[in-house]
Ligand binder design. Structure first.
Ligand code: ADP
Ligand code: MG
Length: 341
């Protein structure tokens, strides 16, 4: 069963009706892209071009999705998966594959871009039955980034693996949209939110930090609090949006533990990762979800410029754990206010 995405992001900035911040004017647009909702907000004094820039960003998002998604039969990724070897001239696609190999190594394979067969077997979005143990075991023998051989721009897949970049591509696309804004249009103050993967450029109106809401994984549409941030990427992975419930009433979600072949049972219900790139935050959110709050927290502390917030439930009580640089206070309405030191 597909539960509608409603993830993090009631950005407090949305609520402000005032548009002007010095010379800069605020523009925003929401639409659908990458199989989810995409919202772009930016500040510029170039009112003539703002609409054109928005058009361009939404077109670019679709274009990148068409190149990177394995859900698109015509994508470069799908071509690689079916031909098994391919000269990839598309810089972004090649970069994403390389980055995913690196992140798989860093996370000891918890984030694994080669899980295509296993993910397809579970097919969480269309299925409602648990696959057989033998089938899971069989799919598990065809995985691992050692099977991705790159020589220049020639990529070959071994061990019958196929790639699924679902846990990193959205982040990468958002980074590319951000790059376009900064490099081509010199827009530095912006927010790009693709279904809960968020890149924050500079500050709100260039003046104050952005405020991003962190979703409550136990109450649809509610938030546990706000986090104040500037110039970084924040991504949440959770088990409360995409899952199916089998006839016994057990819930099976979309983050697969590559060790077991089953949806991760780490006890974490939501993990939010903050780092300097959206692709990295995206892949790490998936990996940290699987590691669990204890190992995940230790991992995040060791990584440079990587912060994390874990939400779990212990004895029916919500428990929040975060890396040391994240400070938090509880307000009168029992919502958290997080800041980064
Ligand atoms: P979302 O798309 O909900 O933001 P994630 O970024 O956590 O979620 O990515 C989940 C997607 O990544 C799954 O739908 C699947 O395609 C893929 N995936 C699932 N488990 C893993 C894993 N262990 N490593 C890499 N990709 C995975
Ligand atoms: Mg992810």
């Amino acid at each position: 069963m597909l539960i509608k995405r409603a993830l993090i992001v009631a950005v407090a900035a949305f609520l402000l009706l005032s548009c002007r911040a010095g010379e800069l004017k605020r523009y925003n647009r929401s639409g659908s892209a990458m199989g989810t909702s995409l919202t772009v907000i930016f500040f510029t004094d170039d009112s003539k071009r703002a609409n054109e820039i928005m058009d361009e960003l939404f077109i670019l998002a679709d274009d990148l999705e068409n190149r990177l998604s394995t859900k698109k039969a015509e994508s470069i990724l799908s071509e690689l998966n079916s031909k098994r070897e391919l000269v990839i001239k598309d810089k972004v696609v090649l970069e994403t594959i390389k980055e995913s190999i690196e992140l798989a190594k860093v996370t000891d394979g918890r984030f694994d871009p080669s899980l295509y067969h296993l993910i397809k077997l579970w097919d969480i979005e269309n299925n409602s039955a648990v696959p057989g143990e033998e089938a899971i075991k069989d799919r598990l023998s065809h995985r691992g980034v050692e099977g991705i051989i790159i020589d220049g721009n020639h990529v070959r897949l071994e061990n019958n693996i196929k790639l699924d970049l679902g846990a990193i591509a959205k982040g990468k696309i958002i980074d590319e949209l951000a790059r376009r804004l900064q490099e081509r249009y010199h827009i530095d103050n912006f927010l790009i939110n693709g279904g809960g993967d968020i890149r924050l450029g500079g500050r709100y109106g260039g003046l104050r930090k952005w405020k991003v809401a962190v979703a409550d994984p136990y109450n649809n549409g509610e938030i546990i609090g706000l986090i104040e941030l500037e110039n970084c990427s924040i991504v949440t992975s959770g088990n409360y949006e995409r899952y199916f419930i089998d006839e016994k009433g057990d819930r099976y979600h979309h983050i697969i533990d590559p060790e077991t072949g089953y949806p991760s049972q780490s006890g974490v219900d939501s993990v939010t990762v903050i780092s300097d790139s959206t692709s990295r935050s995206d892949a790490l959110a998936t990996a940290l979800f699987i590691m669990g709050s204890e190992a995940g927290l230790a991992f995040a502390e060791k990584q440079k410029d990587t912060e994390a917030i874990f939400i779990t439930k212990v004895d029916n009580k919500i428990e929040i754990k975060q890396t040391e640089r994240i400070k938090s206070t509880l307000n009168n309405e029992k919502k958290w206010n997080f800041t980064l030191e």
